[in-house]
Design a protein around this ligand. Structure first.
Ligand SMILES: Nc1ncnc2c1ncn2[C@@H]1O[C@H](COP(=O)(O)OP(=O)(O)O)[C@@H](O)[C@H]1O
Ligand SMILES: [Mg+2]
Length: 229
């Protein structure tokens, strides 16, 4: 069973790339064969978060061009800016589905035709939102615009800290009729590990929310995550 999971946010770097990398690593570690695609029109920098040099990053221009192996069960590809007009996202995703159990797509926060195409073909669209005043306002506007859609969608609150607007999280969810699929705390270790290109999914505060998220969005994650403690 293959699942395509697209990740998007409104402006302001809510943590799309962070979530894409953490979720992809988590699934891969749970023996789910996973492909991570950086499709951020402004350059998501996922390669850097995986500690891959720019020269290593494969250009996903053509469906025949293989993604690069990052780790056991984890491959990575990116769509360069220049190739966005000629890239056939639907074809690419259908090839990717045939080869991988999970395809995680980092759409970033700038919506063009490619991002719309990829999200329309996704099983899940995860909106990453920082639950402070500007993060919630931006997310509200992005969601109301209806620019992106997928078979199912949900909200992920990231960088949650004390004093965040808790009632507002529920208000956003009910206003847009979206389930809340995860809450990730603001954690200094996350930023420290990300900037050094170190795997981030094992940071203690992320374990439970990542496990719960993986179970909600991927049927194969159910058995595998039993081993994750
Ligand atoms: N839960 C978190 N705790 C602490 N820092 C975080 C967290 N999530 C993201 N960050 C930091 O926020 C910044 C933006 O994250 P990133 O994933 O690159 O955002 P986006 O892809 O949405 O632009 C990065 O410096 C990252 O280290
Ligand atoms: Mg990014």
């Amino acid at each position: 069973m293959s699942r395509v999971i697209a990740i998007a946010g409104a402006k302001g770097s809510p943590g799309c790339s962070f979530l894409a990398v953490a979720l992809a690593r988590r699934l891969a570690e749970g023996q789910v064969s996973t492909l991570l695609l950086d499709a951020d029109a402004e350059g998501g920098g996922v390669a850097a978060l995986l500690d891959l040099g720019p020269a290593d990053a494969s250009n996903a221009n053509s469906a025949d061009e293989p993604a690069i192996e990052v780790d056991q069960n984890l491959s990575f590809a990116e769509i360069g800016n220049a190739s966005a007009e000629v890239f056939n996202g639907l074809q690419w995703l259908s090839d990717a589905r045939a080869r991988h159990q999970a395809v995680i797509v980092d759409l970033g926060h700038s919506t063009g035709s490619l991002q719309r195409q990829l999200s329309a073909a996704a099983d899940w669209l995860l909106w990453v939102v920082v639950p402070d005043r500007s993060g919630l306002q931006r997310a509200d506007a992005a969601l109301a615009s209806g620019a992106l859609g997928a078979a199912s969608a949900g909200l992920i609150f990231n960088r949650v800290r004390r004093g965040c607007l808790e009632g507002a999280e529920a208000a956003l969810a009910s206003r847009h009729q979206l389930p809340i699929l995860g809450r990730f705390a603001e954690d200094r270790q996350v930023a420290a590990r990300l900037t050094r290109g170190l795997p981030v999914h094992r940071v203690w505060s992320l374990r439970r929310p990542l496990r719960e998220l993986a179970k909600s969005i991927h049927p194969d994650a159910g058995a595998a995550v039993l081993a994750w403690r």
